[in-house]
Design a protein around this ligand. Structure first.
Ligand SMILES: Cc1cc2nc3c(=O)[nH]c(=O)nc-3n(C[C@H](O)[C@H](O)[C@H](O)COP(=O)(O)O)c2cc1C
Length: 225
C-alpha cells in the first residue's frame, strides 16, 4: 500500500538528399528541386501542426459512480463522467461508460468497503456492454482513484481487449491522491500500447468548479498534441 493511500485511510478513517549538378540541364533540374524544397518542408510542417486528436479515431472510456461521495455529497452525475464529457467535446471522441452489472452501494462508506474487498481479491466484476476498442487509435481511459488504484471494472474492460499499437491516455478524479501510479499500471495491463501522461483533477473541482476543470482539461490536451 502506497503512502498516499495510507494518508487517505488515516484522513478518512476508511482511502504524457542528396543533389548532384554537373551539366546545366541537371543543374536546372536541381535548381527546380531546390526551389520546391521549402514548399515540401512547409507541407510537412503544416501536417505536423494538424491537431492529432481530431484526425485520429478517439474513444473516451470511463468509469464513474453516482450517489453519495467524498467532498461532494449526493451526486447525479459522477465527477469522472463530467471530465469524460469535456474530453469528448474537445476531441470529438466517442463516449463509452464502463458500468458494472451489479451497481456499487449508494452510500459512500459502504462503497469504500466493497471496493476495498474487490481490490484485495483482484476481482473482475462483470460489466455492461462493450466498446469496439479495435476500431480506435486513441483511447482515453478515465476513472476515480479508488484506494490508490483504478476501480476493478476498469480492469475488466481493459482485459477484454488487444491494446497493441494503441495510444492510451489516462485521466482520473481524486480527492488528494492524484493518479497514484495508475499510469504504470496501465502500461502493464494495456500491453503494446503507448501510454501518455495522464491528467488528475479533484473530484470536487469537476463537480462544482466546471470552468476551472475545463481549463485544466484544455491545457492538458494542448500539451498532448
Ligand atoms: C471506494 C472509494 C475509494 C476512494 N479512494 C480514494 C483514494 O484512495 N484517494 C483519493 O484521493 N480519493 C479517493 N476516493 C475519492 C474519489 O477518487 C473521488 O471522489 C472521485 O472524484 C470520484 O469520482 P466519480 O464521481 O467519477 O466516481 C475514493 C472514493 C471511493 C468511493
Amino acid at each position: 500500500m502506497n503512502r498516499l493511500t495510507l494518508q487517505w485511510i488515516l484522513r478518512n478513517g476508511r482511502y504524457n538528399r542528396r543533389m548532384n549538378c554537373m551539366k546545366l540541364k541537371s543543374f536546372a533540374l536541381g535548381a527546380m528541386l531546390f526551389a520546391m524544397l521549402p514548399c515540401t518542408s512547409c507541407a510537412q510542417n503544416h501536417q505536423r501542426k494538424e491537431p492529432d486528436m481530431k484526425t485520429k479515431k478517439t474513444l473516451v472510456a470511463f468509469f464513474s459512480r453516482t450517489g453519495e461521495n467524498y467532498a461532494v455529497g449526493h451526486i447525479e452525475k459522477g465527477n469522472t463522467h463530467i471530465v469524460a464529457e469535456m474530453i469528448a467535446a474537445e476531441t470529438g471522441g466517442d463516449l463509452y461508460r464502463i458500468e458494472p452489472v451489479t451497481p456499487y452501494p449508494d452510500g459512500y462508506t459502504e462503497c469504500t468497503e466493497v471496493a476495498k474487498r474487490e481490490l484485495a481479491a483482484k476481482a473482475r466484476p462483470a460489466i455492461k456492454g462493450d466498446a469496439a476498442v479495435a476500431d480506435y487509435d486513441v483511447i482515453f481511459i478515465g476513472y476515480p482513484n479508488w484506494w490508490g488504484d483504478m476501480p476493478m471494472p476498469v480492469y475488466t474492460f481493459i482485459e477484454k481487449h488487444d491494446w497493441q499499437g494503441k495510444t492510451v491516455i489516462p485521466f482520473c478524479t481524486h480527492e488528494g491522491s492524484g493518479l497514484s501510479g495508475t499510469e504504470s499500471k496501465l502500461k502493464k495491463v494495456c500491453r503494446g500500447a503507448t501510454v501518455s501522461e495522464g491528467l488528475a483533477i479533484r473530484g470536487a473541482t469537476a463537480q462544482n468548479a466546471r470552468e476551472q476543470a475545463r481549463k485544466s482539461v484544455k491545457n492538458w490536451l494542448n500539451k498532448l498534441k
